[in-house]
Design a protein around this ligand. Structure first.
Ligand code: AMP
Ligand code: MG
Length: 414
């Protein structure tokens, strides 16, 4: 007799409870894209570092323009220029003005900028027909960031915007969370790599490439791939023994069901892995195994035994491995959960297990719609993965879903 399968929620909670951010390391800012900040990034200086012009035009003293009107324009004398990277040397005298470019330093004495399109210049005379306020079109020093301010919080993934900020503040290195080392083992006597001729009953290996891509997409560092390991206790055990010494996470695929040729569970037992759960009240993904292994140095490794059906493997990776990688990488933010309107033919399912379907989200707000990627959502139907940008969740008690009903979804690949 096998115990009742664990619920999807409990299974996900059991994984999360065993995940904590890995230690940090220092990397060059130029190599930090996609990494997660391990320590608050504190601005070493304020930004902008000096007051500068927001526009191409003329820097002047607002007081000199106080009486300017179309009938009585103010006339100022142009005495120099401040260009980007080449500031004006000196103090602006009363009744003076200098040409200034966007981003160029405001000269001492000047307190506002007249836009080039609002000016009339003849020779070295600048005329303006309107009074300006002090501060007009000036970016004051420190108006974006104050020195000592936390500008990127620890736990933030470093994307283009964060990297721009770090570079603008002159950071050459950043402290980021170490990437999880992931070992991948796929099993199956029947799978052969593309490029080799297929013998009767053989199929091409889709899972190895799929899981490599998923590990990569989710910020894992592939430590080793042992593809197409033979369906024998000895082969799977050897693959595990070779993978375990270095990995933070081991992903096995296939051979985890109840068949006579499924050797993953006994192999895991042989190497001393501790089962946390096996079998989830979930379709696809029922045979999923999850557990831990104590490394010689005391570190706890996470082990995922995913079903071999490619769609089951893809879905269970998204449900269990991806959240684990996120937490190990230091990301606390959860993926976006969105309620959408189901658009499609009526779906029927049996009660008692959660069903996870592959869908595409279209529209937005109240009009957000979820459409299945393909009608065939069975666990071998790879067509259902093409173009999938979200998962759609049918809870265990649901027995049917009709066009127009609200449904819970989770966006992928953010
Ligand atoms: P298993 O979980 O090993 O019983 O495999 C379940 C189904 O997934 C079978 O139809 C296998 O042929 C298929 N399968 C297992 N591994 C792979 C793989 N690497 N690529 C494609 N299909 C696979
Ligand atoms: Mg198999």
């Amino acid at each position: 007799l096998t115990p009742a399968p664990i619920s999807l929620q409990d299974a996900q909670a059991a994984v999360k409870a065993r995940c904590a951010p890995l230690e940090s390391e220092t990397v060059k800012t130029s190599e930090a894209a996609g990494r997660v900040l391990a320590r608050d990034f504190v601005a070493p200086s304020s930004m902008p570092a000096f007051a500068n012009s927001a526009m191409d035009g003329f820097a002047l003293r607002a007081a000199d323009s106080a009486d300017a009107s179309p009938a009585t324009p103010a006339a100022l004398r142009l005495i120099g220029e401040s260009r980007a990277g080449r500031p004006f040397d000196g103090t602006l005298p009363a009744q003076g003005a200098i040409r200034i470019s966007t981003g160029a330093s405001m000269p001492d004495g000047a307190d506002c900028v007249l836009r080039v399109e609002n000016s009339v210049v003849s020779g070295d005379e600048l005329r303006l027909e309107k009074a300006l306020q002090a501060g007009n079109d000036v970016r004051p020093a420190g108006d974006d960031i104050a020195a000592g301010q936390t500008t990127i919080a620890s736990g933030t993934p470093l994307g283009s915007g964060e990297l721009a900020l770090a570079n603008a503040l002159g950071a050459q290195e950043l402290e980021v969370v170490r990437r999880p080392l992931v070992g991948l083992i796929t099993t199956g006597d029947e799978v052969v790599p593309p490029g080799e001729p297929l013998q009767p009953g053989q199929i091409y290996d889709s899972n190895s490439a799929m899981l490599r891509a998923l590990i990569d997409e989710h910020g894992g560092e592939l430590q080793a791939v042992r593809p197409r390991v033979a369906d024998s206790l000895q082969s799977v055990t050897e693959a595990l023994e070779a993978t375990l010494p270095d990995a933070d996470v081991v992903v096995l695929c296939g051979g985890v069901s109840m068949g006579e040729h499924d050797h993953v569970k006994p192999a895991l037992q042989t190497v001393g892995a501790q089962q946390v759960f096996w079998q989830v009240a979930l379709r696809p993904g029922h045979p999923t195994w999850f557990g831990t292994h104590e490394r010689a140095d005391g570190r706890t490794q996470l082990i995922f035994g995913l079903p071999g059906n490619p769609v089951s493997a893809w879905v269970t990776f998204q449900l269990f491995v991806a959240p684990a990688l996120r937490l190990l990488r230091g990301i606390e933010r959860e993926p976006l959960r969105l309620n959408a309107t189901y658009s499609g033919d009526e779906l029927k399912k049996r009660a008692g297990f959660a069903q996870v379907l592959r869908c595409r989200l279209t529209g937005g707000g109240d009009e957000l719609q979820a459409e299945l990627t393909s009608e065939n959502q069975r666990s071998h139907a790879l067509s259902s993965l093409v173009g999938a940008d979200a998962l759609m969740f049918l809870p265990p008690e649901t027995e049917r879903l009709q066009n127009g009903e609200r449904v819970a979804t989770e966006a992928l690949r953010q």
